[in-house]
Design a protein around this ligand. Structure first.
Ligand code: TXA
Ligand code: MG
Length: 432
């Protein structure tokens, strides 16, 4: 069934049922069957859907904010929501927050990607996240907070550089790895590390949900491990329906790639452990010092003798589409010629072809599935579209995919990091 109709029907049924004074169970949308034979599958549970309107004007605004300037992240215009809708949303968020507070797992929108939330203090709830995602237990979770007062108690120290970054970028797509206060969150959240990754998302639905739940919310991306992070509630449904307690559908996310994960040293140095929505250039402008890249990120290929990444999640192969994917880099005209030739050769040997390219050259490619990264002058669009495109290639059943590269500057660093992972670091050099 079409997902939008599915959700609309769910919310209509929800209204009718609450008017009839029925219990929450009657409002539960029947869960899709989880895929069988997948490792670490949790128990089958009915997944509730709540559709809410974000009071921020448009995801577009958040993308632009993330792409443009540090100070404007999350500064979309509050939109006016009709009173009846606002009341319904408040009720939906209160219900979802109650599920979180009671130890349930609820997916929710953020300005980056959808997260899968649980009370970070509750080990059983956190274990349900790992089970639902099939996530390796040595990969720590980010803790989401809605206010600075929630930070107290979670960490033992916030140095001056970390403080500056919070002031500049929170709420927003930046995760700070900080010394954890012993016992503040379940040891499963930190995966045995003495640090905890914390962020305050720039999304009104996420902030309201966390505040109403009244607890720090552990939240990895709401995808099955190894799948692209979800940028729509329907992506969450595809991966996790029947495995989690609820999904708050707040529409498309903004940035489209995950937050930047950093460590801020006492000496003022900042190390990027995962590139993301806040760029190294933005960070450097705030700290007035250079930004280091974790050694593991500098080593292309991530081979056996590469250094271990300091963000444990970075060592896993992520986001690989089912088809073989290659990235073509080099001068624009050479890239175009090479992609055209590779696509023709692949078709001739019977491959179902896919191409992921910028609008400047996309019309010159002939593939079974052609997907746009937007204009190469606006990388925020590429970030916003990338994960949905990777999912689309799988839906189309393409067996051979070629993607254009982009310069690793600004948001391009995060886009290329995710593209390289998706392609298993297979790059064709078309020449300069
Ligand atoms: O934008 C985001 O960050 C999204 C949304 C939902 O907030 N969340 C997200 O979470 O991407 P996840 O679990 O998919 O990725 C978290 C990354 C992993 O690479 C993990 O290893 C790293 O952050 N991380 C978490 N805590 C850490 C810690 N204490 N030290 C080093 N790395 C940490
Ligand atoms: Mg993830």
């Amino acid at each position: 069934m079409d997902r939008q109709k599915h959700v609309d029907r769910a919310s209509r049924e929800g209204k009718a049922d609450s008017a009839a004074g029925r219990t929450a169970e009657h409002r539960t949308v029947p869960a899709d069957k989880p895929q069988s034979g997948t490792a670490g599958a949790g128990e089958v549970r009915p997944t509730r859907w709540w559709k809410v309107a974000s009071t921020w004007a448009a995801a577009d605004q958040q993308i632009k904010a993330a792409g443009i300037g540090a100070q404007t992240v999350g500064a979309g215009q509050p939109a006016s929501v009709p009173a009846a809708q606002a009341a319904q949303d408040a009720e939906a968020l209160a219900e979802a927050a109650a599920v979180l507070a009671a130890g349930g797992t609820v997916a929710f929108p953020t300005e980056t990607v959808y997260g899968l939330g649980a009370d970070a203090r509750n080990t059983k709830a956190v274990e349900a996240i790992f089970a639902a995602k099939g996530r390796p237990s040595d990969n720590p979770l980010i803790v989401h907070i809605a206010s600075m007062s929630q930070l107290e108690g979670l960490v033992t120290e916030v140095n001056e550089t970390a403080r500056k970054l919070m002031e500049a970028f929170w709420p927003g797509p930046l995760t700070l790895v900080l010394p954890a206060a012993p016992g503040a969150v379940s040891p499963r959240v930190t995966a045995g590390l003495d640090t905890v990754g914390v962020r305050m998302p720039a999304h009104d639905v996420a902030l309201r949900l966390i505040a109403a739940a009244g607890c720090p919310v552990a939240g990895p991306s709401a995808n099955r491990s190894g799948r692209p992070s979800p940028t729509l509630a329907s992506h969450v449904g595809e991966d996790l329906s029947g495995r989690i307690d609820g999904i708050v559908d707040g529409g498309p996310t903004g940035v489209g790639l995950e937050s930047t994960v950093v460590e801020a040293g006492r000496d003022g140095t900042v190390t990027v452990l995962r590139p993301g929505g806040i760029t190294a250039e933005q960070i450097a402008r705030v700290t007035g010092a250079g930004v280091k890249l974790d050694a593991a990120l500098r080593e292309a290929g991530g081979g056996a003798d590469s250094p271990a990444p300091r963000a444990p999640g970075m060592k896993y192969t992520h986001y690989a589409p089912q088809g073989v994917m290659r990235i073509v880099s080099g001068a624009a005209d050479r890239v175009a010629a090479r992609i055209q030739a590779e696509l023709a050769a692949a078709s001739a040997r019977g491959e179902k072809t896919g191409v992921l390219a910028f609008d400047e050259r996309l019309p010159s490619y002939r593939a079974d599935c052609s997907l746009s990264l937007g204009s190469e002058t606006e990388l925020a669009a590429a970030a916003h579209r990338l994960y949905a495109a990777l999912r689309r290639f799988d839906e189309c059943g393409v067996t051979y995919i070629l993607a254009e590269s982009c310069p690793e500057e600004g948001l391009g660093a995060a886009v290329m990091n995710r593209l390289l992972k998706a392609a298993g670091h297979r790059v064709i050099d078309a020449g300069e």
